[in-house]
Ligand binder design. Sequence first.
Ligand code: SP5
Ligand code: ZN
Length: 358
Amino acid sequence: MVVDPRCRDHDPGAEIWIGVTTPGTEVAERVTTIESALRGLGHDVVPAREFDDAWLTRVHSAELLDHLATVWERWVAAGYPDLGAERVVPYLFSSAELRHGLPPRMPTALHAQVGTYCYDTMTLIGPGSWRAIRAATHVARTAVDLIASGTPSAYALTRPPGHHATRSAYGGSCYLNNAAIAAQALRDAEYAKVAVIDIDAHHGNGTQAIFYQRPDVFTASVHVDPGAGWFPHHVGFADETGRDAGLGTNLNLPLAPGSGDEVWLSAIERAADAAADFDATALVIPLGVDAAIDDPESPLQVTIEGYRRAGETLGALGLPTVVVQEGGYHLPTLGQLVGTTLDGLGARTTRQREPPGR
Ligand code: SP5
Ligand code: ZN
């Protein structure tokens, strides 16, 4: 398990959904409880290393990186907290219709700039957010380093989560795409073909978007059907299969609300078969445990045994594997769900073996 205490420094403070401000579900206690559960199960703990942030432009735009790194300080300097705005939050979005085909222009007002990068009202930024966002990328990259030096599998305890972040935009409680960063870092470590199998309850739209035209990274996502009314609503449908050189390298498996273990596991088996057909040489698993029965954010009704079997199915691929933490919001069962999935996967230690071929 790779950790960084700075992942707790992000306090979104709230979520705003249909105009209603709630305390929010993506809280620091999530990683506290997962870390203590995994320690209790005998997982070893590896502190994240430091990395050069300039590399992140391989996955995200320089503009998004600069926005995230600086927006809190600029928000304070401009006096927004004095107006009662204690977090950075958009009020206006840069929609294609608003611009009616004109090229995007950067608004002068900071409170309008935010809507160029942020696509919802659920993903707020506060004083410690950038420290945590950045640390989570280091956690993911450290897990890749462990794999590249011969560890069969490594779990990255990332927070905030990442799979809803696209190259240039953030949302869905995600800021930078830790799983996409892991996949790109594996490519840079000479793993020729990387498969991403996202089992968070929500579609991994950011990861899909980042690799949509890429033939070297296969992305699959098993999630509650956006067509049944679930986030991210606009994307995550079965007919999205990739574009240009990436045609055929994206697989969406949207599931009906209430699907339960057997349907969910069949979809994960389909994704695993597709990753094998792709001849993947390394695997990234964006692991959200929000498909679980008790989770407040999805209706998929998966049991803890279902999560163990998901781990077994993906472990049977026999690939060097980086597991990246995504969602999961029911604090009492969070640690057990992650621990059981990793057990199924056979990922308890970072003990090394001879590096496998790439
Ligand atoms: C990483 C991840 O799991 N992100 C989840 C993003 C989905 N959020 C959509 C929230 C929809 C409204 N839920 C009601 C919450 C009221 N507090
Ligand atoms: Zn989710």
